[in-house]
Design a protein around this ligand. Structure first.
Ligand code: ADP
Ligand code: MG
Length: 696
């Protein structure tokens, strides 16, 4: 239950003075439904009204506060605005009003009286003027006219004044809350209480006050991050205390695997494998993210986990994001499986009728050990005899719901998620803090570095000549066609045109693969390329994830400036998989901006996926890097993951300490600070996590 102190904060905004149903709807768009949402809607700027020049000296383009005598009112006519002539002993100013109604002007600006006005100074035909002053007040009535005024993120139809008033009303309702922060931390950082920080953050008096490093903002951001970390930790603890099945890979089996593999595992693969096998035999349910740059060899690690599950008599589901990838995994793992006596099958949306039925029956009978598939795996009629392990490849392509749907098909199956998207540490903590993770930092030996160059598209002819020479040497190349924003159809047309052009030169060696092709044809194209019957594969981004043809040594990416950095890195990872030197040629449009050029140079300068991800994060923001929608990435209202990244790690450490104090069976959120932390969770609507605070 939500703590009672928070009740005033969770009233709806229409309980505030000046907020009716219409305004409440607008406020909901920009902030949220509740009073607390307004409290946490922090200013994005401020208006400084402290500039108080004499009329003659008022600079155009600035907000000024002037003390003037009203000389004359000239009513408007038709579309002509009303003008009020006012001034002081240095000069005159015209106050301009459109659609002034009735005697409103006479009341606000009585002729002969002094008024303080504040607004934007303009100059019109040499005369200073001010259209619709923001404030008109009798002298001495300074309250009505703040020297500094917060500016809030807005939405169309909502008046700044209305929003400011609503926020002031919300702040008036904000109670003192029990302190959840460690007093030592507050002292060290010079942070005030929640309420004081909130009020301070809403009352900026200088531009420094709206910077993310202002103490009031830092404190509020820290609260948000602490709530996030605490919630993730509670969820994770509840899950890992949940029982899982113990699967162990025997030494004999392990040795058989090593024999079956055509290569030796890298130290990184061995390390990841040992963590994963450790999870699987621990008796707790595994929930682990395996991170490894493209080509680091994650698939085989997942395969060994599946061997462990099979040794315990359980089945494994391997989910791949595309049909192409599922079939590729199918081919690789079928061979390995055969050597180890494991049955591997593939099931995608393309399998229909009798073939599908046969697979489903074999699956239900336990005759399939490893089932590889796409979204088709979580259809209702897919029944495992005993699903013990779920592997999600390229996990950011799947939603949380989809993972859960699959998990429901087994008895608390272990979960291994894999991603080649390097996740910067900050995002790792905030988005995946509920998972364990392990990375494969190295790559199989003998890989040649990929040389990346940026070339203007005008020099395409040279690039094609180069391709011809390479193909004459027996090398294979990808040609990635540009993303076209307007429609997928033109995307396709571009690829088809390019394929036709290249086929005119290279003939039957050219294959085409794109997303709208019949799956059979696309597979045929990919297979021809993998087998070397085709040596140039023209494709859209269908090859982006996971496709593995070690003989390919060149990738040309047309209009590289239209791709995200991480995506370029993924695409580039299609080459450099064999033992020959590889090349990535980024073709850029002629007129691209300097920033676009910089981005492309950045990617050509480094092969380090993490650096690229950090750069991508900097350029695009957190939400886009992982695709907020799919990944369930939390959106922070206050915390700024770029500017306040250090707070994330701090919050994580804080949470570790908090959890370490609670003994098993205790309510972790007991005691004074515990109760305060519980309020914090509810404040940020992590209600579910708060309920997990009691251990089983
Ligand atoms: P990713 O991590 O991108 O999914 P894959 O699992 O597809 O990478 O592996 C990339 C390629 O490297 C595959 O051809 C795979 O067979 C090969 N590979 C994996 N591990 C090793 C290793 N230890 N030594 C040599 N080649 C390996
Ligand atoms: Mg892969």
């Amino acid at each position: 239950m939500r703590p009672e102190v928070l009740f005033p904060l969770f009233q709806s905004t229409d309980s505030l003075p000046g907020v009716g149903p219409r305004v409440a709807t607008l406020i909901e768009k920009v902030a949220g439904k509740h009073v607390v949402d307004l409290c946490l809607h922090l200013p994005s700027g401020l208006i400084d009204r402290s500039y108080r020049p004499a009329v003659a000296h008022a600079e155009a383009g600035r907000i000024a506060t002037l003390e003037v005598i009203v000389f004359e009112i000239r009513p408007g006519q038709g579309r002509r605005p009303a003008r009020v002539i006012a001034g002081d002993d240095t000069g005159e100013i015209d106050l301009v009003f459109f659609h002034a109604r009735g005697d409103w002007l006479e009341k606000q600006l009585p002729v002969g009286e002094t008024r303080v006005i504040s607004g934007m100074i303009e100059r019109f035909q040499g005369r200073p003027q001010m259209a619709h002053p923001d404030y008109i007040a009798p002298p001495g009535d300074e309250d009505a006219l703040p020297a500094h005024e917060p500016v809030y993120p807005m939405t169309a139809g909502l008046q700044p004044k209305t929003l400011r008033k609503a926020i002031a009303g919300a702040l008036a309702k904000a109670p003192d809350l029990p302190e959840w922060l460690d007093p030592a931390l507050m002292r060290e950082r010079g942070w005030a209480s929640w309420r004081d920080s909130l009020i301070r953050a809403h009352a900026p008096a200088a531009s420094a006050d709206i910077e993310p490093n202002h103490p009031a903002r830092l404190r509020l951001a820290y609260d948000e991050l602490l709530a996030n970390q605490l919630a993730l930790a509670l969820i994770r603890r509840r899950r890992t205390t949940g029982a899982g099945r113990a699967f162990a890979l025997s030494e004999a089996r392990m040795a058989a695997c090593m024999d079956a593999l055509p290569f030796r595992l890298t130290p990184g693969q061995l390390q990841a494998l040992s963590e994963i096998l450790g999870d699987m035999k621990s008796g707790r349910r595994m929930q682990r993210l395996l991170q490894g740059d493209v080509g680091s060899g994650k698939t085989v690690v997942a395969f060994m986990a599946a061997v462990a599950a099979a040794e315990g008599g359980a089945q494994t589901a391997l989910m791949a994001p595309t049909d192409v990838l599922a079939r590729q995994h199918g081919r690789t793992l079928a061979g390995l499986g055969q050597r180890l006596g494991l049955a591997v099958a593939v099931l995608t949306g393309r399998d229909k009728g009798k073939a599908r039925q046969a697979t489903l029956m074999a699956l239900a009978a336990g005759e399939i050990d490893i089932l590889i598939g796409t979204h088709a795996l979580f259809q209702d009629d897919v029944t495992f005899r005993d699903l013990g392990l779920i592997v999600v490849d390229e996990q950011h392509r799947f939603g949380v719901d989809q993972r859960m749907a699959l998990a429901a098909k087994g008895l608390a199956p272990h979960l291994l998620s894999m991603t080649a998207t390097p996740i910067p540490r900050t995002l790792m903590l905030t988005a995946y803090g509920d998972m364990d993770h392990v990375a494969i930092p190295d790559k199989p030996p003998g890989r040649q570095p990929i040389t990346t160059t940026v070339t203007p598209i005008a020099r395409m002819a040279d690039v094609i000549d180069g391709l011809e020479r390479a193909m004459a040497r027996g090398e294979r190349a990808y040609w990635i066609c540009p993303l076209v924003e307007e429609s997928e159809v033109s995307d396709l047309a571009a690829a088809e045109d390019r394929a036709a052009m290249l086929a005119a030169r290279f003939g039957a060696k050219v294959a085409l693969a794109h997303g709208q092709m019949k799956p059979k044809e696309r597979d045929a194209a990919m297979a021809a390329f993998a087998a070397g019957d085709a040596t140039l594969l023209v494709a859209t981004t269908v090859v982006e994830v996971g496709v593995d043809v070690p003989e390919a040594t060149i990738i040309v990416i047309e209009h590289a400036e239209r791709f995200g950095l991480a995506q370029l890195h993924q695409l580039r990872g299609r080459v450099g998989r064999g033992d020959k030197a590889s090349f990535c040629l980024l073709l850029r449009a002629d007129g691209v901006s300097e920033t676009a050029k910089q981005r492309l140079l950045a990617i050509s300068a480094t092969a380090d996926g993490f650096k690229i991800a950090e750069e991508d994060l900097r350029l695009r923001g957190a939400g886009e890097v992982l695709g907020t929608r799919q990944s369930g990435l939390p959106q922070f209202r206050i915390a700024d993951l770029d500017a306040q990244a250090d707070l994330v790690a701090l919050a994580r450490r804080d949470v570790d300490l908090i959890l370490a104090r609670g003994a098993a069976g205790d309510d972790i959120l007991a005691g004074d600070r515990g109760l305060a932390l519980r309020a914090l969770l509810y404040l940020f609507e992590r209600d579910a996590a708060a309920r997990y605070a009691r251990t089983g």
